[in-house]
Design a protein around this ligand. Structure first.
Ligand SMILES: *Cc1c(COP(=O)(O)O)cnc(C)c1O
Length: 230
């Protein structure tokens, strides 16, 4: 397994570098988040031993259980739908919550943060494809949500996240990523760079397009670890 991960990682890095070259970006502008959902802690440990330090999980309990037993210097990102009763599993160890997809969740996170006297860094998830199965704010709701959430205590807005459409059509994928970037540009005029720095977009099937469209965080599972069992 370790050699398989090593080889996959090498190939992935090559693809990231080539995408960066194509659009004149620097590799350091992009954070690679290794998405380890469904893989056991031993696999994460192997990836860690190969030098990966940034991991993403999408289920609250799994996030809590793995982050508890794996090395302390791992940077954990939460990337899945979060129900308010599971906030406690995620907040203490999450470097960034990518998936704030409703006002209800933002308010509950704020309340939790104030109670625990912590600051919670978040991204707003935007449903750029309009697919019914996806969570997130609609593109035309984001500006208002951003304004309301910027006023909530205990939260630190860092940018936006989206999941590309479930399609092979490259033009549709690009369109979704362009949509997110354009929303960011509009927000930037009003709120400045710091709150709008991150664009979390790009998965194994579409990260090169995402990089070309300005992604700062790519979330890769399959490309590094192979197919998931469930
Ligand atoms: C599973 C998942 C990923 C990684 O998907 P791959 O296609 O395996 O790279 C990225 N982002 C989110 C939100 C996910 O749930």
């Amino acid at each position: 397994m370790m050699n398989t991960i090593k080889e996959a990682l090498r190939k992935t890095e090559e693809r990231i570098n080539r995408a960066c070259e194509r659009c004149g970006r620097r590799r350091e502008e992009i954070t690679l988040i290794a998405v380890t959902k469904t893989f056991p802690p031993e696999v994460i440990q192997q990836a860690y031993d190969l030098g990966l330090k940034v991991f993403g999980e999408n289920r609250p309990q799994e996030f809590r259980d793995k982050s508890k037993i794996l090395p302390d210097d791992i940077e954990w990102h939460f990337i899945g739908h979060l129900q308010t009763n599971k906030i406690k599993y995620v907040v203490p160890r999450a470097r960034l919550i990518h998936s704030v997809d409703s006002m209800h969740l933002a308010e509950a996170l704020s309340e939790f943060a104030v109670k625990k006297k912590v600051t919670v860094p978040i991204l707003l998830e935007v449903n750029t494809s309009g697919e019914q199965t996806k969570f997130g704010f609609k593109p035309d709701e984001v500006e208002k949500a951003f304004e309301l959430i910027a006023q909530l205590q205990g939260l630190q807005l860092k940018g936006l996240m989206t999941i590309g459409p479930f399609t092979e059509d490259q033009r549709l994928i690009r369109k979704a990523f362009v949509c997110l970037r354009q929303i960011r540009e509009k927000l930037r005029d009003e709120w400045g760079k710091e709150k709008t720095a991150a664009l979390s977009m790009g998965m194994s099937g579409d990260f090169e397009i995402a990089i070309e469209e300005g992604s700062t965080h790519i979330r890769l599972g399959t490309a590094i670890f192979g197919q998931r069992g469930r």
